[in-house]
Design a protein around this ligand. Sequence first.
Ligand code: FES
Length: 157
Amino acid sequence: MVSAAVDEILSGLWARPDNLIPALQEIQTQFHFLPEATLRAVSRRFQVPLAEVYHVATFYNCFSLAPRGHHQIHVCTGTACHVRGGQRILDRVLKELNLTSSGTTADYAFNVQPVRCLGCCALGPIMRVDQRIYGHLKQSRIPRILERYRSLAEVAA
Ligand code: FES
């Protein structure tokens, strides 16, 4: 059964196949992943075969079929950031969150992923948390940044 929140998202969009991606984006934003029932609902609403909905949902890495953390952390490991310590930033984030590799924390507060370039290389090393960019980042700032987001996740829970 699809939740009322998904019904509301889908009813707010014209039932046309070109609204498939906007619908998935909105569901991803709200649920932090795409539950199977929502993919079926999207398929019905936009009259797009379920296989095509899955194809789109698995093609773009902004979508996830498994639950992701409340806050999305992307640490740049592209060349410009790498030479300025991007890997050490990633290692410190993982250590602070008790993760041995990229993924979601046990409490679903955070999901950590390395990325190849965030498009603002001059600010490296860079970490993006949700929509906010932290540039010229030093390892010593990471615990405080994460603590702020952890507090936000607890308030939202
Ligand atoms: S290499 Fe890090 S933002 Fe481009």
